[in-house]
Design a protein around this ligand. Structure first.
Ligand code: SAH
Length: 220
């Protein structure tokens, strides 16, 4: 831990992270398991070095390739909704991006599988996740719309990009009682949706208004 990225300089210290956790609590995040996980993951490692000083502000940051890193509040909120107060076994994430949400999930789920369509982003996420020793996170280069049927079923499926319809293949990969958390583009806005698989079928709840990049097909 000698590189400057890991040094305990003010902005990257545990104290700064705990201030972020306090802010998330004030913003309405209630799940203490989620807050503890967020308090443990050094977010500055996941962002561009030039932006590291802003890593703990509640803003989304550019990731390159026209993509953005979700704000800490959105990561916390999606994780809280995915848990629904219960421990998570297997989790699938679509849109690894920088790997920060993956790292948070890895601290509270048994296994995390994350699919990213952009190869250069995935390579970077792999490095970041190695740096934070997220050994229970497995990354895959592919089109997340297909999910990972060979690993399914999942207790939770999280999408980090906005869908115009609910991806059918992903619904089928949920356990009964499992939840899909996804931003849905509905007319001119996006809403965070929670779809739960029940013994009878699926239920859907619409939550916070959000702003995500679009979910795209195929790989690059
Ligand atoms: N949680 C991530 C968000 C990254 S932005 C972070 O905080 O860094 C959304 C990501 O979804 C982008 O990296 C984009 O390339 C990816 N994406 C979009 N459509 C996808 C698809 N069909 N399969 C896999 N990844 C996809």
């Amino acid at each position: 831990m000698t590189s400057s990225r890991h040094a305990g300089v003010g902005m990257t210290s545990q104290r700064t992270r705990l201030r972020m956790v306090e802010r998330l609590r004030r913003q309405g995040i209630r799940d203490e398991v989620v807050l503890a996980a967020i308090g443990e993951v050094p977010r500055h490692i996941f962002v561009d070095e030039a932006l590291a000083s802003r890593a703990y502000e509640d803003i989304s940051l550019p990731l390159g390739f026209g993509q953005t890193i979700s704000s800490p509040y959105i990561v916390a909120r999606m994780t809280e909704l995915a848990r629904g107060g219960n421990a998570l076994g297997k989790v699938l994430e679509i849109g690894t991006g920088c790997g920060y949400q993956t790292a948070v999930l890895a601290r509270l789920a048994k296994e995390v599988y994350s699919v990213e369509r952009l190869a250069p982003l995935l390579a970077r996420a792999r490095r970041h996740l190695r740096d934070v020793r997220a050994i229970n996170a497995r990354l895959r280069h592919g089109d997340g719309l297909l999910g990972m049927p060979e690993v399914a079923p999942f207790d939770a499926v999280l999408l980090a990009a906005a869908a115009t319809h609910v991806p059918a293949a992903l619904l089928e990969q949920l356990t009964v009682g499992g939840r899909m958390i996804l931003p849905m583009a509905i007319s001119h806005e996006q809403r965070l949706c929670v779809i739960e698989r029940t013994a009878q079928g699926y239920t859907e709840r619409k939550m916070d208004q959000v702003k995500f990049v679009p979910l795209l097909r195929g790989v690059e």
